[in-house]
Design a protein around this ligand. Structure first.
Ligand code: G6P
Length: 614
């Protein structure tokens, strides 16, 4: 949510900043802006709308070459998406330009204070308050870093701030609380950004900043302190992926590319986490086994697709470990006084590791003495940093706003966690665990088979593109798949789509079924699952009322064929693992429909990839 970048070094800063913004546009696309320092003056170009608008503005009125620059791509919170509200914001005295990601909750009081001193505001944003405060402190003679520290001490809420000073053309200062900030360590040049993708073409060496920390950056020096100027520990790490992972590589959309990366992403997530004889090996789970044996409840907390991954996990974890497992939407969990004790294990799932609601939820759980395990895709991000242990999914960067490989690897990581807990607690025999693990290890190949057979979905998207309402039905683990399939269609094709447990159909949702309404149904494995026949009955019930049925059933299941208007085949796999296969056609269908409707699949309206405000 909002992408920010700063650069100091010998390159043309404006170009580095704009290139970085383009790689972070998924974080927000309501406006974009750049500021540089030239001849002791700050120059800014900013424009409402996507970065293309900023580029057009830059072409008309170029910014001078300079060795320092900051840039911002916005997801609007306070103040509409206008040119005036676009970042960077420059202080009234012209000394500093500042960009911000987050929400400054006490901005109204601070604004009144500044206005009483005669400061005139040029925007409706909370951010301008920080710019004006910083300008005031620097104008009073405070050093830029000291001024930033002093300003941060007065702010409440979530913020990453990056600022430059008209009088110091080789120095940036950045700070963070509750929003992400990573430093890119170059040779004779340095970067700060919301996400390593912004500078990955220049360096893979990065430093994550901790909570309430700030960084003072010149081309040669990086100094990390807290807001009070006390030195803070910082250790660079190597980013394991490169520029090609952050580019589309011939695909029309990042989302489509990411759908096709799922076999590799799941493979990488499983890699090294089991032995040749199928025993689980989660070395990174630094919670003593004795403690894990004493856990009496698991609560999974997440948002969006990660929440649906958690719903899948519940079925697996309860089945394998016999520990009661609740799944909670993070924004609800935090504020309803949940029952948490020292023997509760909270599992948090987050692709970005920055989702504000999820972060606040785990902080609350920690206060209640729960242990926290994070399942996360972003190395060193805030949520894993604030958890007791982390299982990283190795999906590589996910740039399409609608999660695909993120969801898929979250589900895979949850299976690993469930099996590991079963191993530690002895709720499954070793050979049972090995059997499931072997099957799980085969899933990347099976996902590839699903991907190799997606062409019928292109015809289907063509047939259904005019429909405005879609239903998705599933039972057991098929239910969260139905929810996730519906979410994909809502997110990127802006269509009414709802997922239901198929058994609940008769209690209301069936009233929505009318002639021609498309109903997607995920069918459990035939013969090996007691729910198979019940779902087949559900298909007949909706068909009898005129539904157009799109049935996802495993290869060899002949019972469903007569009731399917379109039959999509899934490779055979155990029920619990079926979500890894069944979600893939639904992701692809949504991508196809949205493409046909002419929408921007990677940057759907009103959404942002990483929601860093509550
Ligand atoms: C946003 C994204 C979703 C994502 C959710 C949770 O809403 O658009 O795709 O599932 O955030 O994100 P997280 O990074 O915590 O998994």
């Amino acid at each position: 949510m909002c992408g920010i970048i700063g650069y100091v070094g010998p390159r043309v800063a404006r170009d580095v900043v704009v290139a970085g913004l383009k790689r972070m546009e998924y974080r927000g696309y309501d406006s974009a802006g750049v500021a540089v320092v030239s001849d002791g003056r700050i120059e800014v170009r900013k424009k409402a709308g996507k970065i293309a608008n900023l580029e057009a503005a830059l072409a008309q009125s170029p910014l001078p070459d300079s060795e320092i620059g900051i840039g911002h791509t916005r997801w609007a919170t306070h103040g509409g998406p206008t040119d005036a509200n676009a970042h960077p914001h420059v202080s009234q005295n012209g000394r500093v330009a500042l960009i911000h990601n987050g929400i400054i909750e006490n901005f109204a009081g601070l604004r009144a204070e500044l206005e009483a001193e005669g400061v005139g505001f040029r925007s409706d944003t909370d951010t301008e308050v920080a710019a004006q405060l910083l300008g005031r402190e620097v104008g009073r003679g405070l050093d830029l870093a000291e001024a930033m520290g002093a300003v941060c001490q007065r702010l409440e809420g979530a913020f990453t701030l990056v600022a430059l000073d008209a009088e110091q053309p080789h120095r940036l200062v950045a700070a963070r609380r509750n929003s992400p900030l990573v430093v890119g360590v170059g040779e004779g040049e340095n970067f700060v950004a919301s996400d390593v993708a912004a500078f990955i073409e220049f360096t893979r060496s990065a430093i994550e900043l901790g909570q309430d920390e700030m960084v003072d950056v010149t081309p040669e020096r990086i100094t990390v302190t807290d807001f009070w100027g006390r030195p803070a520990a910082s250790k660079p790490y190597e980013v394991t992926w490169d520029l090609s992972a952050a580019e589309k590589g011939g695909y029309d959309w990042f989302m489509r590319k990411e759908i096709f990366e799922q076999p590799t992403a799941v493979f990488e997530t499983l890699l090294g986490r089991y032995t040749a004889d199928g025993a689980l090996k989660l070395d990174e789970l630094h919670i003593p086994e004795a403690h894990l044996r004493g856990i009496d409840k698991i609560i999974i907390v997440a948002c969006g697709s990660a929440y649906y991954a958690g719903l899948v996990a519940k079925y697996a974890i309860e089945h394998w470990t016999r520990i009661a497992c609740e799944v909670e939407i993070a924004s609800e969990f935090r504020y309803r006084d949940p029952i948490i004790t020292g023997s509760t294990l909270v599992v948090t799932i987050s692709q970005s590791g920055e989702t504000a609601d999820t972060l606040m939820a785990i902080r609350h759980a920690r206060d209640q003495k729960a242990r926290i395990v994070a399942i996360c895709n972003t190395n060193g991000s805030t949520i894993p940093r604030e958890s007791d242990a982390v299982i990283y999914t190795h999906a590589g960067p996910e740039i399409g706003v609608a999660s695909t490989k993120g969801f898929e690897t979250q589900v895979a990581a949850c299976y690993l966690l469930g099996l590991y807990l079963a191993q530690v607690r002895g709720t499954m025999f070793g050979d049972e665990i090995a059997r499931v693990m072997q099957e799980l290890a085969e899933t990347p190949k099976l996902i590839q088979r699903v991907l190799d057979n997606l062409s019928p979905l292109e015809d289907l998207a063509g047939r259904l593109v005019g429909r405005d309402s879609f239903l998705f039905l599933g039972r057991h683990v098929g239910y969260p798949v139905a929810l996730e399939g519906a979410l994909k269609l809502k997110e990127i094709a802006y269509l009414h789509a709802e997922g239901f447990p198929a058994g609940e159909l008769k209690h209301g949702p069936i009233a929505l079924v009318d002639s021609g309404v498309p109903v997607f149904v995920i069918v459990p494995p035939q013969g090996r699952d007691q729910l198979h026949d019940k779902v087949v009955s559900n298909i007949q019930e909706v068909r009898a009322r005129g539904a157009f049925t799109v049935v996802l059933a495993e290869e060899g299941d002949d019972e469903v064929a007569p009731f399917a208007d379109v039959l999509l085949r899934l490779p055979q796999v155990s029920t619990i693992l079926q979500p890894l296969l069944a979600i893939v056609p639904l992701q692809y269908f949504a991508c196809e429909v949205a493409t046909r409707l002419g929408y921007d699949v990677d940057q759907p309206r009103n959404l942002a990839k990483s929601v860093t405000v509550e």
